[in-house]
Structure formats: structure tokens, C-alpha cells
Design a protein around this ligand. Sequence first.
Ligand SMILES: Cc1cc2nc3c(=O)[nH]c(=O)nc-3n(C[C@H](O)[C@H](O)[C@H](O)COP(=O)(O)OP(=O)(O)OC[C@H]3O[C@@H](n4cnc5c(N)ncnc54)[C@H](O)[C@@H]3O)c2cc1C
Length: 382
Amino acid sequence: MGKRIVMVGAGLSGAVIGRMLAEAGHKITVIDSRDHVGGNCHTQRDEDTGVMVHVYGPHIFHTDDEEVWNYVNSFTTFMPYKNRVKSTVDGQVYSLPVNLHTINQFFGQALRPDEARDFIKSKAEDIAEPQNFEEQALAFVGSDLYKAFFKGYTEKQWGCSPTELPASILKRLPLRFNYDDNYFFHKFQGMPEDGYTPMIASILDHAGITVKLGEMFDPATAGDWDHVFWSGPLDGFFGYELGRLGYRTLDFKEFRYDGDYQGCAVMNYGNADVPYTRITEHKHFAPWESHEGSVLYEEYSRACEPHDIPYYPIRMVDEKAMLSDYVAKANETTGVTFVGRLGTYRYLDMDVTIREALDTGRAFLAAEEKGEALGAFLKSPV
Ligand SMILES: Cc1cc2nc3c(=O)[nH]c(=O)nc-3n(C[C@H](O)[C@H](O)[C@H](O)COP(=O)(O)OP(=O)(O)OC[C@H]3O[C@@H](n4cnc5c(N)ncnc54)[C@H](O)[C@@H]3O)c2cc1C
């Protein structure tokens, strides 16, 4: 007989694990406090303009993981989409990520790839072991490009000096010596034709799954279930008793425009005196559609307060210490597995979220076969 299992959260984590366990014969209840499925990937068509709006910020699907790509394509049709980001700095528009076009335009040059490589090498500062974000950037691109494209943006995004941030953040930002302005390197990239919410609704569409929306799951009731998969905040499960793990939140100031406001989906603003980090124009995330009107978000980043939506985990020294304490508490809890971006306090792209959810579902079924219980984490978030 199937077990009674609850998924707290109807985002990708809850949906993918729930689907796998429902297919294995378990009785799955998915509970979300919001009035929609999809979690932070939720999309909704705007009534006035017909534009598909990425309600909690823009989401672009990109992955090298073939199983994950095949998985999402089995629930919806993906349309081709390449993320091409621009940045406005000191009244000029540049191409991101920093590529040969950016370098030539910024320095007023016409360099070929090898020349540009040497040129940037001559600009880069000689820092053998960068200790923070700023040093990493200076070692990569030198002071001019750092100030234009990284410094102000990063200060706005993280609300602190780049010298306080770990060097590892910048290891993810590529520098290109060709004219490739596709933001992501991944083999598979695209956008679900009808948005992410119908895709996630389709994953949840199984006779063994009951979805309850607008309902807050109380961790005190965890014992009523054979197993709980918790994709809510890790510290929230424990009533924040050791304090709150730090997050950045985002405010989206929506505005509308009759026509094409900026000609691209994402326009960053590199200068620190422009208060928002970027403007996103949602109709450009669906280039196969055509809409007269436009819906845009100005994106502002700030420290997350108790009633805000947590977006980016901060993961600095203090947070990591608190995280270790929460992980220790979670490891003492039985019958609960912490999953997803909030449950494991990590920034996870959608493809990684799905990969981990598939692995978690399989690990649950494998443990069950051996008569064992699944632990608190698939892998430690510390
Ligand atoms: C600003 C931003 C932009 C992003 N852009 C991209 C992108 O371009 N490409 C990409 O691949 N990834 C992107 N991501 C990552 C993507 O959002 C995550 O991979 C994905 O949302 C993780 O899904 P999840 O199910 O783990 O969490 P979530 O989507 O956060 O779902 C968790 C759900 O749990 C619910 N919940 C929490 N606590 C409770 C409770 N007590 N009771 C009931 N319900 C509860 C919440 O309401 C929420 O709906 C972005 C993330 C952010 C923050």
C-alpha cells in the first residue's frame, strides 16, 4: 500500500519528487501557501497586453543535463530562446557577458581575438590568489571593465562592497574573446511555450497527487505523515529558533509601455547611481509571440525582512555558521527531507533543482526498498 507523503511547496522540487513517488504508487499531497502552483517559476499571462509575465522575476531554462531536458520536454513544448543581455553604463549600451564587442566598443578599438586577449591581460591586475570578488574581477579584467560592468551592479545586487563578497561568485561570469553574446554556454536552452506554470501543473497532473493551494503547512503536523518533503525555508521549519538565515529579496516595480520599450528582454544598469539593477521586458522572453503592449519590471535588490520573499541566500561567514546549526538540527529530525532552493539554502538553477529532485525521489524509493528511511538531505548543504 502506498504511503501518505506530503510535499510542502508546489514548485519544481515538490512537483518532480511528488510525480515520481505518485508513479511508484504513493499517495501524494502537495501543499502551497500561494494560490498557484509553480513556486518562484510562476508565470501568468497579463490580461491587458497578453504578455506572459514571469511573476517572481525572469526565468530562462538552460542545461547540459540531457535527462532533465528530456524530462521537461515530456511535459511541455519548449521554444528556442537565447538570453542576450545588454548593459547601460554611463549612457552607452554594451553587450554582455563581456565579449569582443564589449571590449572593442568600450575601449574604442577594433581588436581581433588574440589581440584582445593580450590587451585584457595587460589591463588585468597581477593578483595571484584573489581573496574576494573585487580582487577576482581586477585579476580577470582590470579596473576599467570592473568599474563599468561589475562594481556598481554588484553593490546594488548584494548591498555591500564587492570586497566583502567571496571570489567564487565571479568565477561563474564568463569573459569571451569572440562575438558570442549568448549568456549561457549550455547545450539546451529554451522557454516553455505557455510559461512555466502549465508545465509544472502538468507534472502535478497525476491521479496519485492532490494539490492544496492557499494553505500553510505547519511543521508541528509533520508527524501526521509517513514522510515530509520540505521545500520551504530550512530555518522556517524550526520556527527560526536559531535566528534567520540571511537572504536578499527583490522588489519589482512594474510599468507598462505601448510598443517596444527597450528592444531586448534584459537591460542591466551598471552605474551605482541608478537605483535598480536591471529592467526586464517580459514580451521579449517569448520572441515567437507578438504583442503591441508591453509589461516591464524595474528590479531593486535589498535585504530580506521577515515578511518578504527570500530570493538569494547570502551565505557569508555568519550565515554559514547558522546554516551548520540548522543542518545539525535537521539531521536529528526523522521523517523529513529538506529539498530545493529554500530547504537547502542554496541558489539552484531550475535544471539543478530538477536533477536533485529526480535523485531525491530515486533515493527515497531505493531506501524504501531496503526498509530504510530517507535522511534530512540528499547531500549536505553546508
Ligand atoms: C530572481 C531569481 C531568478 C531566477 N532565474 C532563473 C533562471 O533564469 N534560470 C534558472 O534555471 N533558474 C532561475 N532561478 C532559480 C529558480 O527560481 C529555482 O530553481 C526554483 O524556483 C526552485 O524551485 P523550488 O521548488 O526548490 O522552490 P520554490 O520555487 O521557491 O518553491 C517553494 C514553494 O514552497 C512554498 N512554501 C514554502 N513554505 C511553505 C509552507 N510552510 N507551507 C506551504 N507552502 C510553502 C512557497 O510558497 C513556494 O511556492 C531564479 C531564482 C531567482 C530567485
